[in-house]
Design a protein around this ligand. Structure first.
Ligand SMILES: C[S@@+](CC[C@H](N)C(=O)[O-])C[C@H]1O[C@@H](n2cnc3c(N)ncnc32)[C@H](O)[C@@H]1O
Length: 266
């Protein structure tokens, strides 16, 4: 498992402590630990976090979990790295993972904006393993980048130029920065669809107002798994942000979930 934007591991929510993605994996692994051990399965968990403060918290939170769950140490090998997930150091670590064509590999890519470069994404997609990817495609900021792109270049401030450069580095040169870029369709087809992947997109609403905050893209080569993800996303759509049920049946919501088939597939 690879988590390129791992965060702090745990967060405080009032009195409660909420687990972030790295702790969610460890808790799930601990839950089925004896089954994994019986079947001789070992899980490699590679966690990357750029911000030193978040990295230190992550390191402590993972260490605390391992101390309180010593049985997990036999099944999981956790590697933490502080740095930019687009850096050569991270890439060299990924390249050295013991992966074969059929090794199951789950990747979580959960940036807050456009921090993942298209070149990094292309490399990840090309890794030889049986991959499923969950990618958070942030919509916020896209409109701003489009506004900046429509201005004459000589009028742009340094900050605007930096935003544009970051955004183009995210999209890649073959995905256009026009009004359609707000939908992940073109990006998903270029990055995943062209390489034989199905993409199922969950459009997460803003809390309490109309509009999409981000798209959660589930990416897989396995059509059956893609169909299952679509049904799960459809069932989740039946609920509003505040947990209230919407009118309409699950099939209807499932049919509305964006589903992108790989090039040449139905
Ligand atoms: C949305 S949070 C991740 C939350 C995490 N998945 C969870 O469930 O707790 C994004 C994290 O990525 C980190 N980050 C930002 N840019 C990064 C980069 N280029 N490489 C690695 N981590 C980065 C941020 O410091 C932040 O902690």
């Amino acid at each position: 498992m690879i988590d390129l934007f791992a965060g702090q591991g745990r967060y405080a929510d009032g009195e409660a402590r909420v687990s972030g993605s790295p702790l969610v994996y460890l808790e799930q692994i601990a839950r089925v630990g004896s089954k994994l051990k019986t079947n001789g399965i070992c899980i490699h968990l590679f966690l990357v976090e750029k911000k030193p403060k978040n990295y230190d918290l992550l390191k402590n939170n993972v260490a605390e979990f391992m101390e309180t769950h010593p049985e997990v140490k036999e099944i999981v090998d956790v590697k933490l790295m502080q740095g930019d997930c687009n850096s050569p150091d991270v890439w060299s670590e990924i390249s050295s993972l013991p992966l074969a064509r059929k090794t199951p590999l789950f990747m979580l890519i959960d940036p807050t904006g456009f921090q993942i470069h298209r070149q990094t994404m292309d490399r990840l997609v090309a890794v030889g393993a049986a991959k499923d990817i969950l990618f958070n495609y942030m919509v916020s900021g896209v409109k701003r980048a489009q506004g900046i792109a429509s201005k004459p270049e000589e009028q742009l401030t340094q900050r605007e130029l930096t935003t544009l450069t970051t955004y183009v580095r995210f999209l890649g040169k073959d995905v256009r920065l026009d009004e359609d870029a707000e939908s992940p369709q073109e990006y998903a087809s270029a990055v995943f669809g062209s390489r034989g992947y199905y993409v199922v997109a969950y459009d997460m609403d803003y809390p309490g107002r109309v509009g999409t905050l981000y798209y959660l893209l589930f990416v897989t080569k396995n059509k059956k798994i893609a169909d299952m993800a679509r049904v799960m996303f459809g069932a989740a759509k039946k609920q509003n942000y505040d947990g209230q049920l919407r009118l309409g049946d699950t099939e209807q919501f499932t049919a509305e979930i964006t589903f992108i088939a790989p090039d040449g597939a139905a």
